[in-house]
Design a protein around this ligand. Sequence first.
Ligand code: ATP
Ligand code: MG
Length: 602
Amino acid sequence: MLRQTATGRNAYRWLHSTSGRYNRVHAPPDVAVSSMYLSKFPLSTYKDSPADAEVISHQLMLRAGLIRRLASGLYSWLPLGMRVIHKVERIIRDEMNRSGALELRMPAVQPAELWRESARWDAYGPELLRFKDRHEREFCLGPTHEEVITDIARNELKSYRQLPVNYYQIQTKFRDEIRPRFGVMRSREFIMKDAYSFHTDTESLEAGYQTMRSTYETIFTRMQLEFRIVKADSGAIGGSISEEFQVLATSGEDAIAYCDADGFAANVEVVNLPPLADEAPAPSESLTLVDTPKAGSIDDLAQFLDCSAKQCLKLLLVKGSDTPAVGLLLRGDHELNAVKAARLPAVDLPLTMLPADAVHAATGSIPGFVGPIGLDIPLYVDHSATVLTDFVCGANQKDKHFRGVNWGRDLPLPEAADLRNAIDGDPSPNGTGTLQIARGIEVGQVFQLGTKYSESMGATVLDADGKTQTMQMGCYGIGVTRVIAAAIEQNHDDRGIIWPAALAPFDIVVIPINMEKSTLVAEQTHSLYAELRAAGYDVLVDDRPQRPGFKFADADLLGLPHRIVVSEKTLSNQQIEYKSRTASESQLVARADFAQWLRAQD
Ligand code: ATP
Ligand code: MG
C-alpha cells in the first residue's frame, strides 16, 4: 500500500504496511536522494568476464564496477557498490530500530584476554587472525563480537529492570577463511550486521529470538529475495537453538534438506540420519586383492572395477584427540558431515583431515588407496555403510584395492555412527515423505546462546530479590556484503544485473541522444533529472560522449530498474522512450507528468 507523507522533497523512505508489503513513499528530508551525471562518476565496466571469477555474481560485480579485488578475499567497494551497501544497511537499520534494538559500534581489534575468558582463543582455530602490538600484547581481528559485547553487558547492565536489551552494530569482520572465493560471497574481510540480546530468563530469550527471526523475515522480504528459514548448527558461536536464512541459488555453498510433505527444512549439516532398518545381504564373493592402477578417486575406482560408487567404502583420516589418526568410513557416494564427525569423542577439534605424510604414518599407504583392513586406529563407520556386502575398499598398498569385502568375515564391524550428509531421497526426520536437496547461500543466522558467554565471562545482573543472576543471551547476524552477491545470483540475465528495486544503486538511468548537439535534448534531460529527483528517485544521467549502443549495454549491465532515452525524434511528439530492465521492448510515454506516470507503475 502506498502511503504518502507530507514531507520534504528529494527524500523518501519505506513504510511497513499492514499487509506486510512495502512500497516506496516520500519521506522525511533527512535521507537525501543522491543523483549523478555519469560524466562526473568514473564508472569503468568490462565487456568480458574476468577469468578468475567463478560465479555469476562475482563476474557481474567486477564487470559492473561495484568491487575491485585487492588481494585474496579482500575487496574494495567502488562508489557504485557503496551505494548498494547503503541501501542494504538502510533496510537493516530501519527494521532493527523498529524492533527496538539499539545501535552501537565495537572495535574491530579485540584483546586476547577476552577470548581466553570464553575459551575461544584456543578453540577458534586458524580463521582467527592473531597478532601482537608493539608491547607484545596479543590481539585478534574480530570475526564476531560475542566476547566484546558480553564485556560491555557485564559492565553496563546491573539490574533485571534494564533487560531485555538488544544491541546491534554494522561493522567490518575478518575471518582468515581457508578458501576465500566467489568474490564478496566468501571473503576474508566483510561487513556484518551483528546483534546481541540479553535477558533475565529463557522465556524472554525465546521471545527476543522470535522478534529477531521475524525482523529478519521482513528485512529479506524487503530486499525482494527468495529465501528459506532452516534449522542450523550453532558451530563456533555456540548455544543450542539456531536457524539460518538461506537465499536459494544453484551456486550456493550450503545444501538445504527439505520435505514438502511435512514442512521439514534444515541445513544438511544438522539432519540426523538414524540407522536403517535394512540388513546386509549374505556375502557371495570371496576377498580378493586387485590391481587398481591410478584409481585413487571413488569415480575412477568405480569405473575401473565396473561397479557403483555405492559399492565402495571410503576411509577418511582425521586427527584424533588421543591418537594421531582416527578413521571414518563412508559409502563411496556419501559425503562426510564435518559437524557430526566433530561430535565423536575420539576426534580432535577443530576437525582436521590428515595431510599425506600423516596418512602414510597411519596406514603405510597414500591417500586414495587406504582401507580399514588390518588398521590399528580408532574407526567409526556410517550407519548406511554397515549394511554393505561384497564391497570394495583400499588395501593400504599403492594401486591396490580389495574386492568382495564383508564385515565380520574379513574385518570387525567398527562402532557405527551418523557421519554423512543427507541426500535426495533420504527419509524425512519428521516422519512423512522423503527429503529433497536444494542449494542455498547463508545470508543470516539467529542463535539462542543461553549462558555460554555470560557464564564464562561473569555477566550477571541483580534479580528482583537482589540476587545475582547470569544473563541469557541471543545473537543474530546478517552478511551485508554477502547478501548483495546473493541478490545478484538470484536476479540477472545474460546482459547483466537485474537489481531488486530496493537494492539498486540508482533507480533510473537517463540516456540522452546527441545531447552535445541538441539544446532541446540537453534542456529536457536536465529538467527530467530535476523532476525525477524531486519525486524521490535516485537518477543517473549517462551524459558520456559515447555511442547509444555502448550506453544501452552498460545500462543493462548495471541493471537499474528503469531506463529512459531522451531524443529529438520522440521529443518532437512530446514523448520519451521508457523501458524497465525486465521488459523486452521499450515504450513511448508522454514527457509531461512522466514522474507521476512512473510512480503509478510501482
Ligand atoms: P559460513 O557458514 O558461510 O562460513 P558462518 O555461519 O560462519 O558462515 P556467521 O557466524 O553465522 O557465519 O555470520 C553471520 C553472517 O555473516 C553469515 O550468515 C553470512 O551471511 C556472513 N558471513 C560469514 N562468513 C562470511 C564470509 N567469509 N564472507 C562474507 N560473508 C560472511
Ligand atoms: Mg552462520
